[in-house]
Ligand binder design. Structure first.
Ligand SMILES: Nc1ncnc2c1ncn2[C@@H]1O[C@H](COP(=O)(O)OP(=O)(O)OP(=O)(O)O)[C@@H](O)[C@H]1O
Ligand SMILES: [Mg+2]
Length: 410
């Protein structure tokens, strides 16, 4: 089976055994399966786990089912801004290059037509109509193709099977019951794992279990909310976290009273996490949300420095945002090995709201644009450096496209 790169996380994956097994089984019988749920509920992580399980299927299983003998390919769409770019992004994920003179979509269909492949289309929600058309067209032309999509809303095309990603299991705690049972609940496992990253000696025991149960309940078993709460275990006791979670920060920029309860939970957890930032961290947080598809440190310095903040201070502030789970650090596999930072989509959208509310959007988008222009000007395509620069530019395409679109619109 050909191997396409699957996304990797540094943090531990927790639970979901039943979902993984069921989805793995369903996707071999369903041509389009969409995992839905609010931002931060764990759709991407679950889809990646299913993809990895299928990719790891033994040759024996493959021979038995005959499915996906041509591999599993993960297409990240969060940073793709226009529906027209879906075929191109998929082609890139498949490791193929465009052929001059041939429309990308027909080249893609020609490549996939006789293949038994699973495409994971991750984070479709911002392009839901375009994704629906794209998926429909591909499935119609490629009889052995299957698609696993993640999206906050379904694609709504004929034949789509929809699965709502459930909350992580939330524990029951009765005084006197064994702590081991309590520790088996998925929400507790996730919370405890992330809390131990910042507070290594932390033990969950009969004494603090009631506080952990309240945190898990309050956060509806939402993975990202649990991570944000756990990131504070270095400065707050579990009792304090539980008490603070009980009174949401009530900062909602656009309070949407019709939003589903788990969506409201996520907003409240983000508010909570945001309010606890120092003013300089808050500022950098909203500024960094302009980046689309991640950014290197130099970019954060270019956008975040100014107005009394020196470029040298950015790394310290950025690492505090990483500690608080608002930004993640990614190991880089490009030849230049430059560290890269990223925000989860739901976190980035939240940051953008704060940026607008702060009245800084225009200034920050301009700095983002200037950084992009400078990057392109520096690019050198001499023989020796060509490969490195092509990889650099490819990596920044979502940022470059966004800056370009912005400059045309202002
Ligand atoms: N089962 C799990 N085990 C460990 N961590 C998880 C699990 N599920 C989710 N997470 C973590 O929770 C956070 C949110 O998960 P994820 O990005 O998968 O959510 P999502 O539903 O795809 O959100 P969005 O709609 O914004 O794309 C991530 O940091 C992820 O690593
Ligand atoms: Mg996602």
């Amino acid at each position: 089976m050909p191997v396409y790169p699957l996304p990797a996380w540094l943090s531990r994956f927790v639970g979901r055994e039943k979902e993984i097994a069921e989805i793995q089984e369903q996707i071999s019988r369903t041509r389009l399966l969409t995992l839905t749920g609010p931002g931060g509920s764990g759709k991407t992580r679950l889809a990646a786990k299913v993809a990895a399980a299928i990719a790891a299927a033994t040759a024996e299983e493959e021979a038995r089912t005959g499915k996906f003998r041509d591999g599993v390919c993960f297409v990240e769409l969060a940073a793709v801004q226009k529906g027209d770019l879906l075929p191109q992004s998929t082609l890139l994920a498949l490791g193929l290059e465009e052929t001059p003179g041939q429309p990308v979509s027909s080249w893609l269909v020609a490549h996939l037509r006789l293949k038994s492949i699973l495409l994971v289309l991750d984070n479709c929600e911002h392009l839901v109509d375009a994704c629906a058309r794209f998926a429909n067209a591909l499935l119609g032309s490629c009889p052995d193709l299957h698609i696993l999509a993640t999206s906050r809303e379904p694609l709504r095309i004929t034949g789509e099977m929809i699965r709502l990603v459930p909350p992580l299991s939330i524990p029951e705690w009765q005084p006197g019951s064994p702590v081991e049972d309590f520790l088996r609940a998925e929400a507790v496992q996730l919370f405890a794992d992330r809390a131990r990253l910042v507070s290594p000696g932390l033990e969950i025991n009969a004494g603090n279990a009631p506080a952990v149960m309240r945190i898990c309940r309050q956060l509806d078993g939402m993975p990202l909310a649990l991570e944000l709460a756990a990131a504070r275990a270095n400065v707050l006791s579990l009792e304090e976290i539980a008490a603070r979670m009980a009174e949401p920060a009530r900062l909602l920029v656009n309070p949407d009273h019709l939003a589903a309860p788990r969506q409201q939970t996520m907003q409240a957890a983000l508010d909570w996490s945001y309010v606890l930032l120092e003013p300089a961290e808050q500022r950098l947080f909203w500024q960094l949300s302009v980046f689309n598809g991640g950014f290197p440190l130099a970019a954060a310095e270019a956008v975040g420095a100014g107005d009394g903040i020196e470029p040298a201070e950015i790394l310290g502030l950025l690492s505090r945002l990483v500690d608080k789970s608002l930004v993640s650090h990614q190991t880089d596999d490009t030849p230049a090995a430059v560290s890269r930072y990223r925000m989860l989509e739901v976190v980035r959208q939240y940051g953008l709201e704060r940026l607008k509310a702060a009245g800084e959007e225009l200034a920050i988008r301009r700095r983002h644009f200037d950084w992009c222009v400078e990057l392109v000007q520096q690019a050198s395509f001499t023989n020796r450096e060509r490969g490195v620069w092509i990889a650099r530019i490819e990596q920044e395409l979502p940022n470059l496209r966004q800056a370009f679109a912005w400059s045309l619109a202002v």
